[in-house]
Write a protein that binds this ligand. Structure first.
Ligand code: ASP
Length: 377
């Protein structure tokens, strides 16, 4: 709500002072302090324009983007912007850029009430999951968003997504505490815990879903938060930044008819430390003896293999069917209901943080660190 402005003659300056004093006080009473949000732009479709020569979408520069978004500077929330130079497509984002984003949040943590990260949708769930592990003890919102159409296109979803994400990043309760102090993704009309999301749609505006955990907020005329679903850290927690990532991991997706040389080659990759094994249904795999031997031999060589179902919804339940018993015998761990994006980035983070302690990595992979998996620790 904007404070009313009344023109008062200069000789009544003390009246003017009194008026502004009362206005400020009423802002405070309504919980309306001025909030500050840092917008970190990495690129993505939201920032793109069509290249005349190739016809393909390419990221524009940040000034062009700002010119399309005058609303950013007209609201009650003070928005500052920092951008990657150049802005990039999210296919070019990996562990190094995750560290850059996390570092930017960390460096400005005290100055802002919340953070919004503009990011391409293609790998947003990976980056956002990674940041949920890298920013330990987070007590402020870090909201990822982007759009399916560039900001300059008339029907674009950019403005709605970005402006609502900013409002969520600034949202506080009556005690002045952030309502959703987690890493999240806001898209279309839903706010999801980042490390529960998957990009599900390359066409429609609702690009993301969180299959195994409900939305933390829904936006309509009002934004309806679900505080009972939010992961809160201890209010006195100190933010700790972790940027060490080890990308020596792989995804092995099983399919009917998969051949031994394929599995053998992947599991013998030099330097490999962890494997996300994408299985059928409740965590099942073909019962071929060779598959058991390959997996067992990899586990014996110190490779950590985690069972992740290819289904979006539901959980791995090893032992439910006989065809998963071999996986258990081989020493494959359960991924429960985690997403591939969260599991992969969690592995990279844990191997990066604990290079000489695979036992600890195994233990922590079986624990819920920041709401990414349904396990009773
Ligand atoms: N290729 C784009 C990106 O991920 C797609 C998008 O932003 O929606 O950067």
């Amino acid at each position: 709500m904007q404070g009313k402005r009344i023109k008062i003659p200069e000789k009544f300056a003390y009246v003017q002072f009194f008026y502004y004093f009362c206005t400020c006080k009423s802002y405070l009473r309504m919980g309306k302090t001025l909030h500050k949000v840092l917008l970190i732009s990495t690129g993505g479709t939201i920032t793109m324009v069509r290249d005349k020569a190739s016809g393909a979408l390419v990221p524009a520069d940040i000034e062009t983007f700002k010119a399309f978004m005058p609303e950013l500077f007209a609201g009650e929330i003070k928005v500052d912007i920092q951008a990657f130079t150049p802005l990039i497509d999210s296919s070019d984002i990996g562990p190094e850029k995750w560290a850059q984003m996390a570092q930017m949040v960390y460096d400005h943590y005290e100055e802002y009430d919340g953070f919004v990260i503009l990011h391409g949708t293609d790998t947003m769930s990976y980056s956002a999951s990674a940041l949920s592990f890298m920013l330990e003890g987070l007590n402020k919102p870090v909201v990822f968003t982007g759009s399916q159409l560039p900001v300059g296109v008339l029907r674009s979803d950019a403005k709605e997504n970005l402006l609502t994400a900013i409002e969520i990043a600034a949202a506080q309760d009556e005690d002045g505490d952030a309502i959703v102090p987690e890493v999240t993704i806001y898209f279309e009309d839903r706010l999801f815990r980042a490390n529960r999301t998957t990009k599900r749609n390359a066409e429609h505006f609702s690009a993301f879903n969180s299959y195994n955990y409900p939305a933390l907020a829904k936006a309509g005329v009002h934004i309806t938060y679900q505080p009972h679903l939010v992961h809160y850290n201890d209010v006195n927690a100190v933010l700790r930044l972790h940027t060490a990532y080890d990308p020596n991991v792989a995804v092995l997706k099983l399919f009917p008819g998969i051949q031994r040389p394929v599995v053998h080659a992947l599991l013998r990759t030099r330097g490999l430390k962890g494997v996300v094994l994408e299985t059928f249904g409740a965590g099942n795999a073909p019962s071929d003896k060779w598959l058991y031997r390959e997996l067992k031999s990899a586990v014996d060589r110190g490779i950590i293999i985690v069972n992740k179902t290819q289904c979006n919804t539901g959980s791995v339940e090893m032992g439910l069917y006989a065809v998963s018993l071999n996986l258990m015998k081989a020493g494959v761990l359960s991924g429960y209901d985690i997403t591939t994006e969260a599991l992969l980035t969690k592995m990279m983070y844990l191997f990066g943080e604990n290079p000489d302690n695979p036992e600890l990595v195994r233990t922590l992979l079986q624990k819920n660190l920041c709401g990414e998996v349904t396990i009773d620790n």
